[in-house]
Design a protein around this ligand. Sequence first.
Ligand SMILES: Cc1ncc(COP(=O)(O)O)c(C=O)c1O
Length: 473
Amino acid sequence: MESWATFGGDLHLDLTAGRARGLGLREALEDALRTAVRDGRLSPGTRLPSSRVLSGDLGIARNTVAEAYAQLSAEGWLASRQGSGTVVAERGTPSATAAPAIRPRRPAVRYELLAGRPDVSRFPRSAWLAAARRALAVAPHEALSYSDPRGRIELRRALAEYLARVRGVRTDPERILICSGYTQGLGLLCGALRERGVRALAVEEYGLPPQQQVITAAGLATVPLPLDEGGARTDLLAGSDVGAAVLTPAHQFPTGVPLRAARRAAAVAWARESGGIVIEDDYDGEFRYDRQPVGAMQALDPERVVYAGTASKSLAPGLRLGWLVLPGDLVEPVVRQKELADGQSGAFEQLTLAELITSGGFDRHIRRSRLHYRRRRDQLVATLAERAPRVRVTGIAAGLHAVVRLPPDSLSEHELRSQAAWLGLSLQTLSECRTPAAGPAPDQAPALVIGYGTPPEHAFAPALEALCTLLRL
Ligand SMILES: Cc1ncc(COP(=O)(O)O)c(C=O)c1O
């Protein structure tokens, strides 16, 4: 048994031997380390040099070392440990069959840490089934036919009450339109705005990537709004040449900052003066953890702000249920877009959600989910503080994701993404959420957008483990 100090010198020789056998640099490094662990030259608990130090010692690219560490961690030969960097794994030597000399195929995704998704294993199946049964038992025959393109009146009534109570939205059922998630809602709004002559929309400089595609597909241009600690710079809207602004006021996606009161007021003032429209994407408004919920900004001016909500976080994205609360003069143009798009949304899901809301089942589910996600957020923050103390976690007061900011000397976002794939982790980098019109991100330390909602309960701790391994490479 040896420590790194005594083994390290062999590595050059082993590496050269591997290269002589025709292996690539990374494969040769992996092979040398596997062999050293297997034959006991590197004992469990031995601390390996950081990827930066070893790459310097060997005169090879740091990414090559980081990739080898990631691969060997995924195979169970190495582990990352608090205060010790990367070490030889304690839990015995993996079997010989798990130690291929040739690089295996990239592992399939084992853990999803994608932002903006809930833990669908928590979908309230029995409550949903019971609500569906009750709803169908009393639904009139006409509910099963073509009906109002705005959606079922039962759901519009239930939402008007719920949104006023929980988010402070000012509306009545006549101004609510049920759509196939926020994605369709945004498309309908873009269509209606374009018909009115709008040519460009302001969007936050970081945002939901598919949103950009929806706006572009509707033939509209985007103008980026810079972000700072107060949220989007809505003070810059005055004087801009846009007809609408899309904002995420409660919890900016993905940075997580709430839009300051003065910025909300500035957006509404701009809309009033210019005849513009604010589209408020309230995608995770129900999940706020540390203080009172930040109310919807639609209440500031229901004639200038469209409120957009979705069941994708609170229940499941697969439901494809969303809603728009519209200013009076947008109801008819948006309804026309909905008729063109698909006539109306499915009645069964709408009736069931209406029943779930009015029976109190939805509130119960939200309360339980809020507790669950809050615990997960706390676990993420505590685990990273202990295991990856050099990273900073931001944007955590609400929602289902956090931004994990790494020190400037870490692997690049691109490298992190490819290492994550080797660890079976699927995640997004902050730059991937950058609005294309905003151009390349300024030189900034790498950051990851980590969704902590997605993994089912049994997979959450291992997913965090894999994340810590990645952050320590
Ligand atoms: C910022 C943001 N808005 C809205 C949504 C919801 O989209 P949809 O309702 O189409 O599922 C998401 C989902 O990921 C999101 O991240």
